[in-house]
Ligand binder design. Structure first.
Ligand SMILES: NC(=O)c1ccc[n+]([C@@H]2O[C@H](COP(=O)([O-])OP(=O)(O)OC[C@H]3O[C@@H](n4cnc5c(N)ncnc54)[C@H](OP(=O)(O)O)[C@@H]3O)[C@@H](O)[C@H]2O)c1
Length: 337
């Protein structure tokens, strides 16, 4: 079997998980190079990785570049993805910079694996909260159509990067020791014993950029701009694992029993739905897992074809690293790299 030279850019919350996922999935790696802003050695699961400082020439001889750096104009992907493409790499980017560009496929393999073949050098990984919602809804859309989605998220602090985890731990530590220490804020608000409805920046309608990602990215992945989608995103003091209360209206009637049966046989989904026996998905149980977990599937008695689902996944794995590596596997499967 052919092996590939792989570059991982960034060794923060997602980059570290990327190294773990590549190993755990036995990805056919020939040469692995790891880049960040500063050179050092990092150890993941007992395995040492030499981290080099990223520069324009870092991609020579590489086949696949998995970007997990910072976003924005001066971020890793905007600055260095063009150099990676010039060197012959296929770029898979975790950030938001390229996701909505018409020439960049936005891929969740369980929903739109065929889109990878449209790539012109870059494939984008969707936002973590979008990935898990789309995994759960794609089979339902195929079977019964989707007219409406209303989603409220309960997003873990690792979703804001390693700095979010550090802030949370320090706030709880300061509370436990009663030190009165003022903890610097990586996120917009205090998170210990708190939740806040603010991830990203607000637009003039009052929605955050994270909320609009759920709308626009879902339309793009499901190839359907007609689905009416509205979102409220909330940061909660959970380390890893995003939860979502997802309300849908399907075009055709489908019972909760049929949804359960359908999702049970759909790829990448694990149904845990026995609430009377206290069985439903929770972030503490999904950390380190690759599936999207679905439970609390129930009918809305007031609205025709209305259903509720509770959807939980590890934001660093299926929401980021695992999905990116699955896209790379899809490139290999479709002989596109
Ligand atoms: N966290 C999540 O749940 C999640 C989910 C989906 C997508 N994402 C996206 O994934 C990306 C990474 O997120 P994260 O949570 O892992 O962030 P993070 O913990 O803050 O880590 C960022 C990493 O990127 C490196 N980096 C930043 N700028 C760079 C540059 N110009 N050149 C090379 N390396 C650079 C940093 O290097 P140093 O270590 O040397 O500073 C660091 O290792 C972001 O675009 C984020 O939006 C995150």
């Amino acid at each position: 079997m052919r092996k590939y030279n792989v570059a991982v850019i960034g060794v923060g919350a997602v980059g570290e998980e990327m190294l773990r996922v590549l190993r755990q999935r036995d990805f056919p790696v020939d040469q692995l190079k790891v880049f960040a802003r500063s050179a050092r050695t990092v150890v993941v699961d007992g395995q040492s990785y030499q981290v080099e400082t990223l520069n324009e020439n870092s991609f020579k001889g590489m086949d696949i570049a998995l970007f997990a750096g910072t976003e924005g104009d001066k971020g890793a992907a905007v600055t260095y993805a063009p150099h990676a493409i010039k060197a012959g790499c296929v770029v898979i980017d975790n950030g938001a910079d390229f996701r909505m560009r018409p020439d960049v496929p936005l891929v969740v393999p369980e929903a739109n694996a065929a889109d990878v073949k449209k790539h012109k050098g870059i494939i984008a990984n969707p936002n973590c909260s979008t990935v898990q919602m789309v995994v759960a809804l794609a089979p339902i859309k195929k079977k019964a159509g989707l007219k409406r989605i209303i989603v409220s998220t309960y997003q873990a602090v690792s979703g804001s990067g390693r700095g979010g985890v550090v802030q949370t731990e320090e706030e709880f530590r300061a509370w436990a020791s009663q030190s009165g220490k003022d903890v610097p804020k990586h996120m917009d608000q205090r998170i210990a014993f708190n939740v806040f409805p603010h991830i990203g920046s607000f637009d003039d309608e009052g929605y955050t950029s994270e909320e609009m990602k759920l709308v626009n990215e879902t339309h793009k992945i499901l190839h359907d701009n007609k689905i009416k989608i509205s979102a409220t995103v909330v940061r909660v003091p959970v380390k890893t694992g995003h939860s979502e209360a997802v309300y849908i209206e399907t075009a055709k009637p489908i019972s909760p029993e049929k949804v359960r049966a359908l999702l049970r046989k759909s790829p990448g989904i694990c149904v845990i739905d026995d609430p009377k026996n206290k069985l439903y998905p929770m972030p503490v149980d999904v950390e380190g897992k690759d599936e999207t977990f679905v439970g609390r599937i129930r009918r809305d008695p007031a609205v025709k074809n209305g259903l509720w689902l509770w959807v939980v996944a590890d934001n660093l794995r299926k929401g980021a690293a695992t999905n990116a590596v699955q896209i790379a596997e899809e490139l290999i499967r479709q002989e596109l790299v």
